[in-house]
Design a protein around this ligand. Sequence first.
Ligand SMILES: Nc1nc2c(c(=O)[nH]1)N[C@H]1C(S)=C(S)[C@@H](COP(=O)(O)OP(=O)(O)OC[C@H]3O[C@@H](n4cnc5c(N)ncnc54)[C@H](O)[C@@H]3O)O[C@H]1N2
Ligand code: MOO
Length: 305
Amino acid sequence: MLPEGADTVVIQEVSARDGDRVTFSTAGAPGRHVRRRGRDFSEGDVLLRRGRPLTIRDLALAAAMNHASVPAYRRPRVALVATGDELVAPGADPGPGQIVHSNGFMLAALARREGAEVLDLGIVPDRLDETVAAIRRARAAAVDVLVTTGGASVGDYDMVQDALTAEGMALAFWKVAMRPGKPLMSGRLGPVHVLGLPGNPVSSFVGAVLFLVPLLRRLQGRDDVTLAVEPAVAARDLKPNDERADHLRATLSVDPEGRLVATPVGDQDSSLLAPLGLADALLVREPHAAAVPAGGLCRVIRLPA
Ligand SMILES: Nc1nc2c(c(=O)[nH]1)N[C@H]1C(S)=C(S)[C@@H](COP(=O)(O)OP(=O)(O)OC[C@H]3O[C@@H](n4cnc5c(N)ncnc54)[C@H](O)[C@@H]3O)O[C@H]1N2
Ligand code: MOO
């Protein structure tokens, strides 16, 4: 606070005191070294809007604005269940017909990145009783979301939906006109949102990006619910599409004119994690999209790191 009538501060380094007299070696400009009231914020300013996560800096700002508490959503809790007799944990020595479990690690990291707490219930064999037991564990833990992987299709050992139905799930939808990820399933088990993802790792990942991320964001009251879709230039010819929306794994670069360029990776099979690891984006093709020549426009969703 400045004394009444003063409007400028002169620092002591350029001041000399002689009793009650002060002389300055440099003239102070009016208003120098004064921070005016309301320069940072004023009464009634709205600086923290709903619909986005509070950053570290937001917390300092909220405190500085004298808020002892702020209304916020709690982190959603997500249970993960991987189904499949063939699955073994990483580090095991897989025998014939065995597959190393990878989906859970990707899903756990994605869910945490989206603000969730994760309860990983691990691998469950393709048996109705074991699948039901895992669903009950998830419910007993009072999770908000249950994500299953595998056993989502129409095979004799695809019993995730049977187990969920036996436990009282209200099915919202099953099978989506998309590639990869067609056998994706969604429903409600009382308060628990259920997302059944296909077992193929890329199908699981794409399903999680397109359905789990928006669900978690919605549960946290965010207003950026879906990942942004951006225009890009296709580096290769794109074939006309069939009835399923396609999500091609693609790398991104910027051409000399500053345009975003998307190059689909060579092998788009939904079991392949190495090309997925190289990709920066999903190149989205609408159902029945016409062919696009190299250099034509396409749309991409950037992938979370
Ligand atoms: N008759 C039909 N068969 C299939 C159809 C169809 O429409 N009609 N759809 C195909 C599509 S598309 C997909 S995708 C798969 C997905 O089916 P499931 O969810 O039942 O997948 P699984 O058989 O359990 O697994 C497929 C594949 O992925 C491997 N896998 C499973 N879990 C994991 C994991 N946690 N980590 C790594 N890899 C995993 C699994 O071993 C299989 O190789 O259905 C098609 N069939
Ligand atoms: O949709 Mo499946 O996900 O193509 O392999």
